[in-house]
Design a protein around this ligand. Sequence first.
Ligand SMILES: Cc1cc2nc3c(=O)[nH]c(=O)nc-3n(C[C@H](O)[C@H](O)[C@H](O)COP(=O)(O)O)c2cc1C
Length: 354
Amino acid sequence: MVHDMTRQAGWQAWLEGGAADEITLRENEAAWQRLRLRPRVLRGLDGSHLRCRVGARTLPHPVFVAPMAHQAALHPQAEAGCAVAAAALGAGFVLSCQSSTPMEDIARLYLADAGRGALWCQLHWLHTREASLAYLQRAADAGFEAGVLTLDAPVQGFRDRERASGFVLTLGTGSVNLPSSPAHTLIDLLAAAPTWADLAWLVQRSPLPLWLKGALHPQDAVLAAEHGASGLIVSNHGARQLDTVLATADALPDVAAANRQRLALMVDGGVRRGTDVLKALALGAQAVLVGRPVARALAADGAQGVARALRQLLDELTIAMALCGLRQPSQAAEAAAAGDFFAPFHANASHSRL
Ligand SMILES: Cc1cc2nc3c(=O)[nH]c(=O)nc-3n(C[C@H](O)[C@H](O)[C@H](O)COP(=O)(O)O)c2cc1C
C-alpha cells in the first residue's frame, strides 16, 4: 500500500534529486557499475558468513542505513519504521539530526532487538561547540553508540529538481531533536562553519566515538586521523551537495591508500546491489551505507518495505561473495590486494592498478 503523499508536493523530487545537473548523481551509480569482477573458483565456501569488523565492533554484516532527514515526509512510520526494520535485519542505523521522531524513542525501538547492528546518530555542526557537544551527550544518554559529524553540508547544495518541484516540509516533518537555530541567513551559516580546531575540541570532549561523513580528498583522511576521529565515511551526500564532485567509488581507493588503515572507513553513494557492496569492501571500506533505496522502500511500504529491501541486498551480497569465491567480507580487500578481484582492463583506468 502506498501511503498518501500527495499532500507532500514534490517529495519524490526531494528524495530522488541531486545537486544542479545531477552529473554526480548519475556517476555515483555508474562508477560502481563500471568495475568488473574477476572471480576465483573452487576455493571452498564452507562456513561462509557476512560478519565483519567496523571500527571496534563485530557486526552481523556490513550494511548500514544512511542518515536521511524528515522521514515523516515519506511514511507515517517515519524513522521508527526504518529503525525497526534495520534492527530486525541486523543493519546499522544512523539517525539524522533532522529526524521527525525523538531520538530516545528510536534508541528504545532499535536497541530492543537482540540481532541488531550498530546505532549511531548523525549531526551537522550545530553552530557552536557547546550545542554540538550537548547533542552528542543527549545521544549517548539515549544509548547511541557513535556520533557521525557531517562535513559536506555547511550550506545546502543547489538542488534544481527539488526547487522546481516546489517541495516544502509540512507540519509534523520538522526536526524535533534540534535546538532552534541561531543561523538565519547564508552569512550566518558561513560564519558558523566549523574548522579542524573545532573538530579536535569536540573529539576530546565527546562521550561517543566520532565518525566524519562527507570527505573525498585523501589528505582529509590523514587530517581526520590526526584530529582524533574514529572513522571516516567517504561520501558526497548522495550527490545532493556539490554537482560534478567525483563519485565515491572513484574517491575511495585514494582515500584508503592515504589512510593506511589508521581510520575505519565506510562509503556511501550509489550503492544499489550486493555486487556494489562487495566492490566497496574490496576497495578498502569496512561497510557501506545505503540511502535512497531504503527511503523508497519506506515510502512504499513502511517497515516491511525497508526489511524487504535490506533482505534483498544482503541476499545479493551473500551470492556475490560465493560467486567470487569469498567466504567472508574481509576477504574482499585481501583478494583485491592480491590482484584477484577486479578485472585489470575495465573502463575506469584510475583503478587499473588493482
Ligand atoms: C532524502 C535524503 C535526505 C538526506 N538527509 C541527510 C541528513 O540529514 N544528514 C546526512 O548526513 N546525510 C543525509 N543524506 C545523505 C545520505 O546520508 C547518504 O550520504 C546518501 O543518501 C547516500 O547515497 P544514496 O542515496 O545514493 O545511497 C540524505 C540523503 C537523502 C536521499
